[in-house]
Design a protein around this ligand. Structure first.
Ligand code: SF4
Length: 108
């Protein structure tokens, strides 16, 4: 029986583990990649008055008020999952995590 020297076995294990790591790292990175944040602040192509109304009501894509966001506002019109929705007060795309000065609590 032909036995490989111990140092050769260790070398093969090291090479194999490095190859495995090299093959798995991109997959692992893809799995752990943070989900891209939804952006709903593009006003390109909007009527200037409608775009300005967003500025006047200080619409932001991320609410500064932890308990208040478009998702729990009475005026929010949900979109598809993971997509921008709409609003009864403002035109254009609205982020469920967004906020503006017209926030109103949903009726209980
Ligand atoms: Fe969001 Fe303001 Fe519209 Fe309410 S009124 S859904 S807080 S943009």
């Amino acid at each position: 029986m032909n036995h490989a020297p111990r140092s050769s076995l260790v070398g093969r294990r090291t090479v194999c583990s490095r190859l495995l790591a090299a093959a798995l790292l991109p997959a692992l990175a893809a799995c752990t990649k943070k989900k891209e944040e939804l952006r709903c602040d593009d006003t390109i192509g909007m009527n200037p008055d409608d775009a300005n109304a967003r500025k006047l009501l200080v619409y932001v894509d991320k609410s500064p008020e932890p308990a208040k966001s478009c998702a729990n506002c009475a005026l929010y019109k949900p979109g598809a999952p993971d997509a921008c929705g709409g609003c009864a007060a403002l035109k254009g795309p609205i982020n469920p995590a967004g906020y503006c000065k017209s926030w109103a609590a949903k009726p209980a």
